[in-house]
Design a protein around this ligand. Structure first.
Ligand SMILES: [Zn+2]
Length: 82
């Protein structure tokens, strides 16, 4: 199910953040390491659901990071010190 507002919501969740490498373009950012789960929760469930709250909790436990840095991080090449 595709809802544009939910896609926008996920992108806007990075509004006050940037990657430690300086990347601030919101569409390149991910919530590391829980991004896939957060994205699925937001895309599948509405704003008034328990699942949305779960997504927000996962965001609190994650670090906003650009896709480049997330890829490096996954392979043990630490792009910066957390
Ligand atoms: Zn980065």
């Amino acid at each position: 199910m595709y809802r544009k507002s939910r896609t926008t919501y996920l992108i806007n969740s990075f509004r006050d953040y940037q990657c430690n490498c300086g990347e601030a373009e919101m569409v390149t950012l991910v919530w590391y390491p829980h991004h896939k789960k957060i994205r699925n929760l937001i895309y599948r469930y509405g704003s008034k659901t328990e699942q949305r709250q779960e997504a927000l909790r996962l965001m609190e436990q994650s670090t906003p990071m650009c896709r480049n840095c997330a890829a490096k991080f996954e392979h043990g090449l630490e792009p910066f010190i957390l």
